[in-house]
Ligand binder design. Structure first.
Ligand code: IMP
Length: 194
């Protein structure tokens, strides 16, 4: 079965392909000649993940899944959430995003936050949603050089280091995206058996 992962990130694609049985062949957007930019106009992670997935299924007819992630900070009422990529404005800039977040949290005692990933799947005319959450705290300053986005200022619960101080293998085991994708993979494995 061919299944489109609505992403252009080949690392993400390879990582998920390795978790799937050989009977499922993952295709990237490039593989299906989709070079369209699907704007993330919804106000929830689930909405944006569905938007991307529905676009591909409707236009190209493939089974498809897409993910959308946000950082939800408790004392900011869940902000930046669905707007995490552009928190400090356009163009997307992680350094500016982190600086803005650190500033907004300067006077706050509560630094609890969670990364949340929503994955939407369209398969055989049915729609499914999967969620992955990684709880933690926002550090007072950046730590580590690895990863991307808010990784240097996010310390997952139960660890004494930031995401940016972890190898990708270590991070993927506990990360929001890792958990959501793991749920999707388990679902697909069982789905194929039916
Ligand atoms: P996306 O939905 O995966 O594109 O994520 C949206 C934004 O959330 C990104 O631009 C990053 O700023 C942030 N983000 C998503 N996943 C992570 C992560 O694993 N670590 C740090 N930041 C992330």
């Amino acid at each position: 079965m061919k299944l489109v992962f609505a992403t252009n990130n080949l690392n993400k694609l390879k990582e998920v392909q390795e978790m799937l049985p050989n009977s499922i062949e993952l295709l990237s957007l490039k593989d299906i000649n989709c070079f369209d930019e699907v704007e993330e106009t919804e106000t929830t992670l689930e909405g944006n993940a569905k938007l991307k997935t529905d676009y591909i299924t409707n236009k190209f007819g493939y089974h498809c899944f897409a993910d959308d992630t946000g950082l939800e900070v408790e004392s900011l009422g869940g902000k930046p959430g669905v707007y995490s990529a552009r928190f400090a404005g356009e163009p997307v800039n992680s350094e500016n995003n982190m600086a803005k977040l650190l500033l907004e949290l300067e006077a706050k005692e509560n630094r609890k936050a969670q990364f949340r990933t929503a994955v939407a799947l369209n398969i055989n005319d049915k729609k499914f949603l999967f969620e992955g959450i990684c709880k933690g705290d926002i550090l007072k300053q950046k730590q580590g050089e690895k990863g991307f986005g808010y990784d240097p200022i996010f310390k997952p619960e139960g660890y004494q280091k930031s995401f940016a101080e972890m190898s990708s293998i270590e991070k993927n085991k506990i990360s929001h995206r890792g958990i959501a994708i793991q749920k999707l993979v388990e679902f697909l494995k069982n789905y194929k058996l039916k």
